[in-house]
Design a protein around this ligand. Structure first.
Ligand code: ZN
Length: 92
C-alpha cells in the first residue's frame, strides 16, 4: 500500500487590484424653479360693506390662520390635508 501524498490545495493567486480612485464630478444641480402663484389675502376675503368677510373656514387641525380650500361640496386644508364636508343645506 502506498499512500499518495496529499497535494496541497493550490490557492488561487490573489491579484491585488489597484484601487481605482473614483473621481467625483461635481455636477451643478439644476434647481427647478417652481412658479408659485401667490394668492393675496384678497383671495380669502370678500369685501362686503367695507368689512372683510371670511369666506373660507379655518382648518380645525392647523388652527386659525390656515384656510381651507373650497372644493364645492367640501373644504380641504392644503396644509395637513384635512377634509371637511360642507354641512348639507337644509332647504324646504
Ligand atoms: Zn390643516
Amino acid at each position: 500500500m502506498s499512500k499518495e501524498p496529499k497535494k496541497p490545495v493550490e490557492e488561487e493567486p490573489v491579484e491585488e487590484k489597484p484601487v481605482e480612485e473614483k473621481l467625483v464630478e461635481e455636477k451643478p444641480k439644476k434647481v427647478k424653479k417652481v412658479k408659485k402663484k401667490r394668492k393675496g389675502a384678497f383671495h380669502y376675503y370678500k369685501i362686503e360693506e367695507e368689512k372683510p368677510k371670511r369666506l373660507l373656514p379655518f382648518c380645525e387641525r392647523c388652527g386659525p390662520g390656515y384656510f381651507m380650500a373650497d372644493h364645492g361640496d367640501r373644504y380641504s386644508c392644503g396644509h395637513c390635508g384635512f377634509t371637511r364636508f360642507k354641512p348639507a343645506e337644509t332647504s324646504g
